[in-house]
Design a protein around this ligand. Structure first.
Ligand code: FES
Length: 74
């Protein structure tokens, strides 16, 4: 089993780190050889989807989700 990390970027892409295979809806593999981390667009504005091209900065994409923190126990 591989070890993959997916990290959200505030107002930006999903950073995927690890040994992954990225496949389109037709079953074709994207060439990610030699890339330790890839950035996947989640704003929809990239001209190079599924990869982020930085367009999220200009399109006003907002996303700042965080992991819910449990309240302190009494
Ligand atoms: S998240 Fe960067 S272009 Fe969409």
């Amino acid at each position: 089993m591989s070890d993959i990390t997916i990290k959200t970027r505030e107002n930006g892409p999903l950073l995927v780190t690890g040994s992954i295979t990225l496949i389109d809806h037709l079953g074709n593999k994207y060439d990610t050889a030699g890339k330790e981390t890839i950035a996947l667009c989640r704003c929809g504005a990239s001209a190079h989807r599924p990869f982020c091209d930085g367009s999220h900065k200009a399109c006003g994409f907002l996303a700042s989700e965080t992991v819910p923190v449990a309240p302190p126990q009494p």
